[in-house]
Design a protein around this ligand. Structure first.
Ligand code: HEM
Length: 522
């Protein structure tokens, strides 16, 4: 017979039993929590989207048409918050004003960073610029510096002066052949020249006229740089990307493009440094680059000091952000004006009646020209220059419209589609009809997010207020002094309005027009 005492001793006492039960319960709770966490991690609520194929993702569904148009088409099926794979890279696609507001206003603090692409890394001297820099204190300081020194009142005054001088020379040159009424003018080239001269003179003085000793012409260099900023095929395939870009020759193209741009930027900076060591330049004669180089010798109030790479990256942003966007808008505006004789006559009569008879370009005051502002807005609505903005990237976990979004998610906001959405803009959404802005304030949809030509939130374009004023001034000058026609044989409805470009989308073919000097009736 078993000894009772031994039996009792072999049983756990009350205390041990309670402890064991407690431990088992804790383990059970932990396992349960872990399991439910794991299952919730394994099944996050993801936004809808088309089924993606291995390796290429949804590439086959967006190729063949401009990216923004294909994405807009897909969003009609999958909704305003959609998930897409370009190669193996995942993107969140936003296609309504309400969701744009969610990203750019309500959750602006989360969707405020930028994507890492090979080309942008190289061209921005390792992301130390403004436009492609991740959200950081460095970006904040660079943007602050740019807004105060490039967009401030002092520079705005200089910019106006430079633009007036440019327009005077354009009028002189056009007048010299306008009386014949046959000479076709390449408006696309003319607008590029006007914007390039203005931006570069304000930013770097006259130095940009000098070509780099080797390498392509200035215009070719800018075109190549813009193409590189569109990104490479390899960017869509993080694992194989390097090999794809190497085999396709894209890496060589990037190296050559960067070398040319870098040599050119070096040349402008060296020129300014030589100047700085010579006789003192008067404060009012300093261009933007002189000012920034001065700043690199001391810390600002927040203890921040720009270095050589930062300055080069700033120059890169000015060249790539400030020229193409403005030129494509001017060309689209002139194209729509010429295609719509009703608009052209109404606009010319506003410009001429507001101005009266003047001799000098400087006397032209666009501030009172309400219809002109509507025409520029309508151009930017219908031809959003950067149709998908610059990709925004999330910095932390969040939810959008109830869907889970993880940190590092790249977001493409379809500003082009949103600005043509018939639910906002009505049945004539794809028509050029400036009068639709008659009762709206001049805020470019900043509060309503119905049109976003300048993006939104903290990453919005710092030139949002200055760029439209310059565009208005150029159009007013051209339409005040000249009457315009399409080259003989081309009808308004035949004008080619196809898109070209990816990051910045302009008119695919150059615009040619024939000017006639306007004759005032006595
Ligand atoms: C019609 C003219 C212009 C248009 C349509 C335009 C459009 C844009 C757009 C869509 C963005 C991205 C916004 C976003 O991601 O939310 C942007 C950013 C930027 N733009 Fe412009 N832009 C114009 C003119 C200029 C000019 C003249 C400059 C300077 C010379 C400039 C400098 C920049 C910079 C530095 C950024 C980056 C802002 C940041 O990431 O913090 N832009 N622009």
């Amino acid at each position: 017979m078993l000894d009772y005492n031994i039996f009792m001793a072999s049983l756990p006492d009350q205390w041990t039993l309670t402890t064991a039960l407690l431990i088992v319960s804790i383990i059970f709770i932990c396992l349960h929590t872990l399991r439910s966490n794991r299952s919730s991690m394994a099944a996050p609520k993801l936004p809808p989207g088309p089924t993606n194929l291995p390796v290429i993702g949804n590439l086959h569904q967006i190729l063949g048409k401009p990216r923004h148009e294909s994405l807009w088409q897909l969003s009609k099926e999958y909704g305003p918050v959609m998930r897409i794979f370009i190669g193996s890279k995942q993107f969140l696609i936003i296609s309504s004003a309400a969701m744009a507001k969610e990203i750019l206003k309500t959750q602006d603090h989360i969707f405020c960073s930028r994507e890492f692409f090979q080309a942008t890394k190289r061209l921005t001297y390792n992301f130390v610029d403004i436009a492609f820099s991740p959200h950081s204190s460095h970006w904040r300081e660079m943007r602050k510096l740019f807004v105060s020194e490039f967009m401030g009142p002092k520079r705005a005054k200089l910019s106006r002066h430079v633009l007036v001088t440019e327009m005077e020379s354009v009028i002189r040159s056009l007048s010299s052949h306008a009386p014949s009424n046959t000479t076709e003018v390449n408006i696309s080239d003319m607008c590029l020249e006007i914007v390039k001269q203005t931006v570069c003179k304000v930013a770097f003085g006259d130095n940009y006229r000098t070509q780099p000793s080797k390498g392509p012409s200035w215009d070719v260099m800018l075109t190549e740089t813009m193409e590189l900023l569109n990104g490479s095929v390899g960017d869509s395939f993080p694992l194989l990307g390097f090999f794809i870009d190497w085999f396709s020759g894209w890496n060589r193209k990037l190296n050559d493009g960067f070398r040319n741009l870098d040599a050119y930027i070096d040349m402008i900076i060296d020129d300014h440094l030589k100047h700085n060591t010579g006789e003192e330049i008067r404060e009012e004669d300093k261009d933007f680059l002189h000012t920034v180089l001065d700043m690199s010798s001391k810390e600002n109030d927040s203890g921040y000091r720009v270095n050589h790479a930062d300055i080069k990256a700033l120059v890169m942003d000015i060249l790539t952000g400030g020229i193409d966007t403005t030129v494509v808008t001017l060309v689209w505006a002139m194209s729509e004006i010429i295609r719509n004789p009703r608009v052209m006559h109404k606009l010319q009569s506003e410009i001429r009646s507001c101005t009266g008879r003047i001799q000098k370009v400087d006397e032209l005051d666009t501030t009172k020209m309400a219809y002109l502002k509507m025409v520029v807005k309508e151009t930017m609505r219908l031809h959003t220059p950067a149709p998908l903005l610059i990709p925004h990237v999330s910095v932390s976990d969040t939810q959008v419209a109830g869907y889970d979004v993880f940190p590092g998610t790249a977001v493409l906001l379809n500003a082009w589609g949103i600005a043509r959405d018939p639910t906002t803009w009505g049945d004539n959404a794809t028509e050029f009809y400036p009068e639709r802005f008659k009762d709206q304030d001049g805020d470019f949809g900043r509060d309503r997010f119905e049109m976003l030509p300048f993006g939104g939130g903290r990453r919005s374009c710092p030139a949002m207020n200055t760029a439209p004023a310059n565009i208005e001034f150029v159009i007013a000058t051209l339409l005040y002094w000249f009457d315009w026609e399409l080259p003989s044989g081309i009808k308004c409805e035949d004008l080619n309005m196809e898109n070209g470009g990816t990051l910045v989308v302009g008119k695919k073919t150059p615009l040619y027009l024939v000017p006639t000097k306007h004759k005032w009736e006595d």
